[in-house]
Design a protein around this ligand. Sequence first.
Ligand SMILES: Cc1cc2nc3c(=O)[nH]c(=O)nc-3n(C[C@H](O)[C@H](O)[C@H](O)COP(=O)(O)OP(=O)(O)OC[C@H]3O[C@@H](n4cnc5c(N)ncnc54)[C@H](O)[C@@H]3O)c2cc1C
Length: 410
Amino acid sequence: MDFRISDQIKETLNLIEDFMHKEVFPAEPDFFRTDFKELIPLLNEKRAKVKQMGLWAPNLPTELGGMGLGLLEHGLISESLGRSPLGHYIFGTQAPDAGNIEILHMFGTPEQKESYLKPLANGDIRSCFAMTEVNTAGSNPLLMEATAEKDGDDYVINGHKWYTTGADGAAFTIVMAVTNPEAGPAMRSSMIIVPTDNPGFNLVGNIAVMGEKGSDYNSHGEVMFQSCRVPQSNLLGKEGQGFLIAQERLGPGRIHHCMRWLGICQRSLDLLCERASNRVIDTDGRTLADKEIIQNWVAESTAEIEAARLMTLSAAWSIDNLGMKKSREKVSMIKFVVANTMLRVIDRALQVHGGLGMSDDTILAFFYRHERAARIYDGADEVHKASLGKRVLRNHQKSKNQKSHLKPLR
Ligand SMILES: Cc1cc2nc3c(=O)[nH]c(=O)nc-3n(C[C@H](O)[C@H](O)[C@H](O)COP(=O)(O)OP(=O)(O)OC[C@H]3O[C@@H](n4cnc5c(N)ncnc54)[C@H](O)[C@@H]3O)c2cc1C
């Protein structure tokens, strides 16, 4: 396993660091005070600068206008961008578009690539991904109820989805629906592209999440598909391949998320150290940084971030070099380890800030509210732990059948 990076990537990371300080962090107060829709012209100006510098979409192949980086290299960039909620958006690598671009690139027809992939990769439009349903457990998508029935040359889609991130303002969605009810559970569903101006696509509204409805990219929609008719040529990949395509989407997506979360960890720890070093806590002028318990939190946070980071880089290296199939255990592992590391670090940083931490005068309260979802989306902790635990036990049982290496003590 080799985590060395080229001088070119080091230089790119320096450029990004500089850009974050000059262009991204200063835009955050507007992000907190303004409706996202109103912020778009400003963000577009920043996107144009990123493109001019040749830093647009680090994860995308060069033929799509991206930097063509591997997962490990993109991961390091993602970590740097993740320190701000605007970083990924300004660099054209935000979820869920990044995942949709990947699957359109891998499975799209030439027509789909022309109509949807090209403008999406260029940042001219946005998209969303509608899989989770109001009435069935998202943790087991085999229970999915939305249907897409063939009628002439069309599919007619019916279903009730929610948590469709960024549905508000998106040009199209990729929806998961059952096309082959008679097939085995894992082969029943397909992905279908639906333009959001279709009269059968109805955005019921943005869900209030932790007290915030947001708008546009910064929102999560509830969507009704009501006799939503699209041509069968909008099918992505083959019929019944929905879960297979979803797997392709989720592996690299989890690396992106984890590295973004590590960026959040680092920013939270920096804030913690800054506040602890400056907050005078007694009449002798001692600061919070002089207190042992705070030193412990700093030490624990530093060690936990380092462990989570190495684990994530190892998973990224594994996907890049061995493929997704052989990297499943590592991907499950990082999903819950990094999410929980991040939440602990944010919590400690917020605690050190006292009342200031609860206010919106620092970014910590936003992180605290917004990032709690990390333990739920893309597979809840419990689902990843169950999957990892089962695999480890299966491997253990297999190897034990071949040769037992556990001698009884007596
Ligand atoms: C901020 C946010 C953004 C999202 N964006 C999108 C999006 O863009 N598109 C999309 O389709 N979906 C999206 N989701 C939905 C997300 O993927 C689902 O919420 C997730 O899959 C869990 O499904 P559920 O909410 O139906 O919970 P359920 O499946 O009902 O599970 C509830 C809880 O039960 C527990 N649990 C579940 N299964 C097991 C098990 N086997 N063993 C033990 N415990 C278990 C877990 O603690 C879980 O949190 C988003 C969610 C959030 C919060």
